[in-house]
Ligand binder design. Structure first.
Ligand code: DUC
Ligand code: ZN
Ligand code: ZN
Length: 451
């Protein structure tokens, strides 16, 4: 067989094995994993890890919050930054307008993404309260490739417990995967109001209005409702030890519950909100950053198998938009950029002894692909898409806005030093980033229908 591309002499690392081999690519697929392969184009990976392309199943590109506030990475800049960071597949969201059917919402979001994406992508279908009359459309959304459905317990999309039960039952009925944002919205609204009335308007009060035990209460409630209707459930952006404990005990009972955490919770703490002026507004995200003890517990949970994936919840807002909340923390748009540093950030868990190389690949590539029904992604095996990353474990980088490619005028990771960085990113056999140079094209990415 002729190989268009061979990645030679690297150490192949998958979720289950580590070995020396060459990887041959034919027609965009992995066609051989063996010794002494040669091809039309060869990449020398000696001394490097060859891993499956990263899979980030939780991102928000060009997400509008209304009033002209939109997350600052569009589908081009966001997927390009993802590629620089070694991510070759991501999953964003459809949020249908009230007057739209689920399929109309899906078509509109695909039309936004398709001309821009440089890597492959999928979409979770959001089922908000306006969609309660659309539960009979869940099958159609599933058949159209939205294998997973987003549910909120907070914000305007918030479902009450009865709506949550109905939505989970409908998703279960079609064999879909529910994913959920867990926070106790009534408690949050009350605490925000109480704090603002008392003049406590600084970002310091953001985590104190969204307490960890109530994030855990919401997660526990969602798990109990899912278990009652016999549905699986994936808990988004776990920020604290208390939620880990809910997930751990549900899994100990054999329930199909999974959880993810994100770089912001692994690298930052709630102290960041005490920085003066605009600086303290920047890391506002929800759930909020927590104390150091929670951060330590999250790293341990990833190693012990109590959390299954690392995603980003990538949702950057520029300084000008963050500044809208200088006088009132509840008006600060929530979200931070993390898409580019996720894979290398997660590698620090190997470097620091929390988990193995194989577990790192599972957390960032294989487990997200399995959970999201991306059957051609997340592994190095013959017949799968040739989505590969050559990762240099010796390279040391210092993160900054200049170094990163996200379309955002700040990064929460400024000055953080990482051991290891992706050197080459390959998507369906095409080299799209090499040695810091982007070689992809907008629109080359494909929508992946998932089951
Ligand atoms: N939380 C954020 O901080 N941003 C995006 C959405 C979310 O749930
Ligand atoms: Zn969320
Ligand atoms: Zn999110």
């Amino acid at each position: 067989m002729t190989f268009e591309l061979v990645v030679r002499n690297g150490t192949v690392v998958t979720s289950s094995a580590t070995y020396q081999a060459d990887v041959g690519v034919h027609d965009g697929k992995i066609a051989a994993v063996a010794d002494e392969l040669h091809g039309e184009r060869e990449i020398n990976a000696v001394g490097k890890y060859v891993i499956p392309g990263g899979v980030d199943i939780h991102v928000h590109m060009q997400m509008s919050l209304g009033d002209g506030v939109v997350s600052s990475d569009d589908f081009f800049t966001g997927t390009r930054a993802a590629a620089f960071g070694g991510t070759t597949t991501l999953i964003d969201f459809v949020e249908p307008e009230p007057q739209q059917s689920l399929l109309e919402g899906l078509a509109a979001r695909r039309a936004e993404a398709n001309p821009q994406v440089v890597i492959d992508y999928g979409l979770h279908m959001t089922l908000g309260p306006d969609e309660k009359d659309k539960l009979d459309q869940v099958q159609a959304a599933y058949d159209a490739g939205c294998g997973s459905f987003k549910l909120y317990m907070a914000y305007g999309f918030r479902l009450d417990d009865g709506q949550l039960l109905s939505a989970l039952a409908a998703i279960k009925q079609v064999g879909g995967q529910p994913v959920i944002h867990c926070e106790n919205w009534d408690v949050i609204l009350t605490l925000i109001q109480r704090n603002l009335e008392a003049g406590r308007t600084a970002p310091h009060w953001h985590p104190r209005s969204r307490p960890a035990p109530l994030e855990a209460e919401a997660a526990g409630r969602a798990i109990d409702i899912a278990s009652y209707v016999d549905a699986p459930l994936h808990i988004f952006h776990v920020s604290c030890a208390a939620v880990v404990e809910r997930i751990r005990s549900a899994r100990a009972l054999g329930l199909p519950i999974t959880g993810e955490t994100c770089p912001q919770y692994l690298f930052l703490t709630q102290k960041a909100y005490d920085a003066p002026g605009l600086q303290g507004t920047l890391p506002i995200c929800s759930p909020p950053l927590r104390p150091q003890a929670d951060q330590d517990a999250l790293w341990r949970a990833l190693g012990q198998g109590d959390l299954q994936l690392i995603t980003t919840d990538h949702c950057p807002f520029v300084l000008r938009d963050k500044a809208r909340g200088l006088e009132d923390f509840s008006k600060i748009p929530g979200g931070v950029p993390s898409i580019e540093m996720r894979l290398a950030g997660a590698y620090q868990g190997v470097d620091r002894g929390y988990y193995s190389l194989n577990r790192w690949v599972d957390l960032c590539c294989s487990a997200p692909a399995r959970l999201a029904g991306l059957s051609s992604k997340g592994d190095i095996a013959i017949g799968l898409d040739a989505d590969l990353v050559v990762f240099d474990p010796e390279r040391q980088v210092t993160l900054s806005t200049d170094f990163l490619h996200e379309q955002c005028d700040w990064t929460p990771y400024d000055g953080i030093e990482l051991q290891g960085w992706p050197e080459v990113t390959i998507s369906r056999g095409e080299v799209i980033v090499r040695d810091g140079e982007f070689q992809g094209e907008p629109g080359r990415g494909r929508f992946i229908a998932r089951r």
